[in-house]
Design a protein around this ligand. Structure first.
Ligand code: NOJ
Length: 550
């Protein structure tokens, strides 16, 4: 196995790691084509090191027609030429490792792109052929097979089956450009093991597994579905599409591969399952860790946060894993905006968030100052929790979501194909502002593939760098301090007044959050870090403070 001096670190480095998610097309563009690239990331490795993160997770950078932001992969073992080359990928791994930063890549095993060589071969091959057996092809219903094989919608729109020129249909849970693999076929298993080994051998330290709960499906009888809400998913391992018990056999085999490396490669499952089913994805003989998205659907409310925290620490204990925390990613409205969407208009569940986006995003009446205060307070709380935290590029700048991208410049298939029911995810994928002025605010010299608003200028890295009151410097201070403070993984609650949460961590430090819109009393202790300046003995509204206990 390939070795790098840095890879010899502790085997459990991931348990309380901070992972910075990058949407590569929107991070930094070195070759002036308006699309972020690996050279752009390489040029920013010092910036990443200045954040004291433990790892970077790259959303897909593989060749792709971009039918779904790169989650339609045409070749799992290459780099999209618009993003770079494998040689540049190797250089990035080396540069990150030299700065003690590990690297996760995204694996998309439920579906490929329709441009993938396997799917192209399948289209050219007859029904019943070995080539078609890698995907889910079926004859249609009706006298001439003109009706889809079952009543199945997709996540992004009405149809879950698409007809091919020879009359057969193929199944896709996402866009029609993302045909689902048939995981009952051994060839599919072998292909993914080859891909995981390919990247592990190149020095990749971990994998984020896309829709990890969908791989195994019941195909007899064929699944039907018109809604993808969790409410309709069975929670006993027998659902026809998701979270079937057999899926874990796949991950056990992957774990055997991961454990051949030193330290073992790590993996985190993106599994939108009933919370009590999540631990099964995080077992030590499986993927090892699973995303916990509960804070993404949590109201800005002390009790709601506390119950999410307790439940997830409990789940982690059940498997010997550590939990994960996420406030923002490439699929949701950035938390500086989300946390002030009025609860009667949305803001908590995804359905409500979609409703707000579709009907109210242009109203322009959100209190974004309060949103930023809450976002910083939520992040500092998250960073004080046991487990690992996932940050999303740009949140360290306090960026709000861009909610007014003109429809003709949007790229997200969820928006175009969602029959007006779903939000666009483009608003959190707008290229980052590095400079206050100039072409694309320093993203690159060739424009930006999604339009940047003029107000991006005031959030630019250049404006915040070295400015003690900035969000960027708060993140830097918090992440550096967290590295020094974090030891064991236990948390104990301290009693505090209603609307606040206070917990203690091993080593005599604590985190206090004021969720209310008014100031409250500061608990006793030495203030180590605060999201809002404190004067006297009061904690301002919507603020978090880290305190050394007396
Ligand atoms: C989850 C990814 O996070 C999302 O961006 C993508 O659209 C779907 N999986 C399909 O791959």
């Amino acid at each position: 196995m390939s070795e790098h001096p840095f890879l010899g670190g502790p085997r459990d480095w991931w348990r309380q790691a901070v992972v910075y998610q990058m949407y590569p097309r929107s991070f930094a563009d070195a070759n002036a084509d308006g699309i972020g690239d690996l050279r752009g990331i390489i040029a920013k490795v010092d910036y990443l090191a200045s954040l004291s993160i433990d790892a970077v997770w790259l959303s897909p950078f593989y060749p792709s027609e971009l039918a779904d932001g790169g989650y339609d992969v045409a070749d799992y073992r290459d780099v999209d030429p618009r993003i770079g080359t494998l040689a540049e990928f190797d250089e990035l791994v080396e540069k990150l490792h030299a700065r003690q930063i590990r690297l996760f890549v995204d694996i998309v095993p439920n579906h490929s792109s329709d441009q993938h060589v396997w799917f192209q071969e399948a289209l050219k091959s007859p029904p019943g052929s070995r080539e078609r057996a890698r995907y889910i092809f079926r004859d249609g219903r009706g006298a001439n097979g003109e009706l889809p094989p079952s009543d199945l919608s997709s996540h992004f729109g009405p149809e879950g089956w698409t007809r091919t020129p020879d009359g057969q249909w193929y199944m896709h849970l996402f866009t029609k450009e993302q045909p689902d693999f048939d995981w009952s076929n051994r060839e599919v298993h072998d292909e993914f093991l080859k891909t995981l080994k390919f990247w592990s051998d190149r020095g990749v330290d971990g994998f984020r597994i896309d829709v990890a709960h969908a791989l195994v499906k019941q195909l007899e009888p064929l699944p039907t579905r018109s809604s993808y809400s969790l409410d309709v998913m069975k929670d006993d391992g027998t659902d026809s599409l998701f979270d079937r018990d057999e899926v874990h056999e796949i991950y056990k085999e992957w774990r055997q591969l991961f454990n051949q490396y030193d330290p073992p490669r790590v993996a985190v499952a993106e599994a939108w399952v009933h919370p009590h089913r999540r631990p099964a994805y995080a077992t030590t003989d499986g993927l090892g860790q699973a995303f916990n998205f509960d804070l993404l659907t949590s109201a800005w409310d002390a009790e709601a946060f506390q119950s999410v925290i307790d439940a997830n620490l409990d789940f982690a204990n059940q498997t010997g894993s550590s939990t994960t925390w996420v406030m923002s990613n490439h699929d949701v409205i950035r938390h500086a905006t989300r946390l002030v969407i009025p609860s009667d208009l949305g803001g908590v569940t995804f359905d409500a968030e979609n409703h707000w986006y579709v009907n109210h995003r242009l109203d322009g009446d959100l209190d974004l100052e309060k949103g930023l205060a809450r976002a910083k307070a939520a992040t500092l709380l998250m960073l004080a929790l046991p487990g690992s935290s996932y940050l999303y590029q740009g949140e360290e700048l306090g960026l709000p979501d861009v909610t007014d991208i003109p429809s003709d410049q949007m790229q997200d298939p969820q928006w175009f194909r969602g029959e007006g029911k779903f939000k666009s995810r483009d608003g959190c994928r707008v290229p980052l502002p590095w400079k206050a002025t100039g072409s694309s605010f320093g993203f690159g010299d060739g424009g930006s593939h999604l339009p940047q608003p003029t107000w991006y200028s005031k959030f630019a890295v250049e404006v915040q760098d070295g400015n003690p009151g900035s969000t960027l410097e708060l993140y830097r201070a918090a992440l550096a301090l967290r590295k020094r403070l974090i030891s064991g993984e236990s948390l104990s609650w301290r009693s505090s007044e209603s609307g606040t949460l206070w917990f203690e961590r091993e080593g005599g430090w604590s985190c206090f959050t004021n969720f209310t819109d008014h100031q409250v009393s500061l608990p006793q202790g030495e203030v180590l870090l605060t999201t809002t300046e404190i004067s006297g003995s009061k904690v301002p509204a919507n603020s978090t403070v880290w305190l050394r206990l007396p």
